[in-house]
Design a protein around this ligand. Structure first.
Ligand code: ADE
Ligand code: ZN
Length: 319
């Protein structure tokens, strides 16, 4: 049982955490037909590309700043209820623009949700602005410029997500320069859909402090040593990896092997209802499937706090 353990989450896409029941209520409110993407209380997708499509489609039923406040508050309240003290939410201002809400109102809605959740439970949260590879380098630079110029104290990181098979990380290096110059923490999705080379690509082109997933680094022993030597933190999401068939089953998932090789690992849920998981389940899996003791799980949580994109005063309070 891990219910009694303190938890943190560094890798969760906000719209990817939308409970199906809330998404359905939103769709009814705006009279939007999402029956191809949400059936019998579950999101419908069959591979990585159709998952991304489903994600983008269901996101369209969250339309106003209040919709975003509600979504954010709902997810953070769920996290607080299982003992989570800190959460980083991956957000896409591009999405706010696409639905006509605008990036500022989108982010303000999310920040209002954070304030409400913090007032109710004390949970602390920060935002990681993401660019999406499948929207191309210009859009990713736009997201970085937004994150850098917003001067919003809750925006503390910059990410690259989306279709990993599209382009090389070097194509997006300018966006990371902008984010780094603004003092944002850097993380990149790599080694999820693509193999070890994509993790090396991220290290060579940007050398982020953290990698989203990164689990396929296990295919290259030299790369695993490089990650351990650099102290790069992996945001590992085992349930997501199994749902997306990155590995056939939990027995072949490399979370334990990476940790034992000296790589700094953390545990997150990625897009929980899409992958029939939750942060609570990911912590349970760490115990029941990966065989980590409570002390080892506490050490993983501590790694998450050490790697969090927060100011040092907040980090000390979390530790
Ligand atoms: N966007 C939302 N979830 C994602 C994932 N697991 N990989 C890449 N991009 C994503
Ligand atoms: Zn992700």
């Amino acid at each position: 049982m891990t219910a009694h353990l303190k938890k943190v989450e560094l890798h969760c896409h906000l719209e990817g955490a939308a409970p199906p029941a809330l998404t359905l209520a939103q769709a009814r409110k705006y009279n939007i037909d999402i029956s191809a993407y949400l059936k019998d209380g579950a999101y419908v997708w069959h591979d990585f590309a159709s998952f991304l499509e489903c994600y983008d489609k269901i996101s369209e039923v969250y339309k106003t700043d209040e919709d975003y406040a509600l979504l954010t508050e709902t997810y953070l309240a769920e996290l607080a209820g299982i003992g989570t003290i800190y959460s980083e939410l991956i957000v896409s201002p591009d999405h706010g623009k696409r639905i006509g809400l605008g990036a500022d109102a989108y982010i303000e809605g999310v920040c209002e949700g954070i304030r409400r959740a913090r007032a109710a439970s004390g949970i602390e949260a920060r935002l990681i602005v993401t660019g999406e590879r499948h929207f191309g380098p210009a859009s990713v630079i736009g997201a970085a410029e937004y994150a850098a110029s917003a001067r919003n104290p809750l925006i503390t990181g910059f990410n690259l997500a989306g279709e990993e098979r599209m382009g090389r990380v070097a194509d997006y290096a300018r966006a990371f320069d902008i984010a780094r110059d603004a003092g944002l923490g850097l993380t990149i999705h790599a080694g999820e859909v693509c193999g070890a080379f994509s993790v090396a690509d991220a290290l060579d082109a940007v050398r982020p402090a953290r990698i989203g997933h990164g689990v396929r680094a296990i295919e290259d022993a030299d790369l695993v040593r490089r990650l351990a030597d650099l102290g790069t933190v992996l945001e590992v999401c085992p349930g997501s990896n199994i749902a997306l068939e990155v590995f056939p089953d939990f027995q072949s998932h490399p979370l334990r092997a990476l940790k034992e090789a000296g790589v700094r690992v953390t545990i997150s849920s990625d897009d929980p209802p899409f992958f029939h998981t939750s942060l609570e389940r990911e912590y349970e899996l760490a115990s029941s499937v990966f065989g980590f003791s409570d002390a080892e799980i506490d050490a993983i949580t501590r790694t998450g706090i050490e790697a969090a994109f927060v100011d040092e005063a907040t980090r000390s309070e979390l530790l």
